[in-house]
Design a protein around this ligand. Sequence first.
Ligand SMILES: [Zn+2]
Length: 440
Amino acid sequence: MTTSAPQPDHHDLDETAVIARDLIRFDTSNYGGGRSEGEADAAEYVAEALRALDLEPQLFESEPGRVSVVARVAGADRAKPGLVVHGHLDVVPADPANWSVDPFAGVVKDDMLWGRGAVDMKNMDAMMLTSLGDIIRSGERPARDLVVGFFADEEAGGVLGSHFLVKEHPELFAGATEAISEVGGYSTYIDGRRSYLLQTGEKALIWITLRTRGTAGHGSQMIRANAVTRLAEAVAALGRQEWPIALTETTTALLREVARILDVDVTQTAPDELVLHTGTAQGFIRGSLRTTTNPTMLTAGYKHNVVPDTAEARVDIRCMPGQEEAVLAQVRELVGDDVEIETVHTDIGLETPFSGDLVEAITATLQRHDPGAPVLPYLLSGGTDNKALSLLGIAGYGFAPLRLGEDMDFPAMFHGVDERVPLDALAFGSRVLRDLLATY
Ligand SMILES: [Zn+2]
């Protein structure tokens, strides 16, 4: 479904909202396992918007229909290292039965834009286009060279998007040392005080399959070596495990700043206690303080009265960068020797210092647009395309700026039902991004 004609009752929508709405109307659901739809249409829309700015976007199709778009923008000072500004065009699927609006209609109501991708991350895709467009149409140039990327397949690990480009076309990113993208830059309220979270790191991920074997037999028999029972014990052990607090540089700095804002002694207050004061962002922050091991899928059996000889569970493990081996060793101990562990998929963790020119520029820019609001670092419990770019030595940050109201449960919007973003937050984000790109 595509349209570029504004809805008559919303002719006053600003450009960022119009583009975000148009992008939501492309159903770009990524089902994983290589199955997706709509990315090519969204990519062509974005490419057309870039051409309208006299840029020369390149389209890359990793597999049929899996299209990413990259354009280089010459900066005012070409001697400076380049900055990658990237977003992804795919979204996770949405079941319309659970939503109060059509998730792919781009509905505007209650001063918000509703739809799958409204925050993850067609909002930022639109902000990238309008902030850049505003700079170029004003006859200005970004302060440094930009590599503007709209990637496919982020929601399935970026194999057919960012990882494909990094592997097959690394020259696209030549000269770039830093990147900004999603899941950071939004506001939360620390005991009522609006603050911005800049994402400076990502946890590592390990996806494992647990497999148990036992004696197959009739469901009426006495069977001690029951694969399902063994699996259930292992699943419960991992799901119930209380992993200890494991702070990194990022989370240490975050807690120190939160304590400073709350005016409490960071050494006398438990991390989980501090996090309770971080507003809706605690949905993201709690998981960043420790390893998590969440069982997510179960497979066993085929008949009510047959004991199966094998059973399988999938577990999603997220741990601190560099802690993968130690965590896997502990997982092995927790589930016991009867359980086979197969590592299905891993991705690295990242951590970038909360200091340096880009962090200072981001902080100063936010200060100009929201004076007095603190900017804090945080570690993302999930992952982004910055993991792929890090393979080229590019330091990635999460900075898709949004000024949100205190009652907005922003983390719940990611992959959530009734995903939506306030129109004024989109306009704010576009202004902040324009300022940053024009001056950094
Ligand atoms: Zn995303």
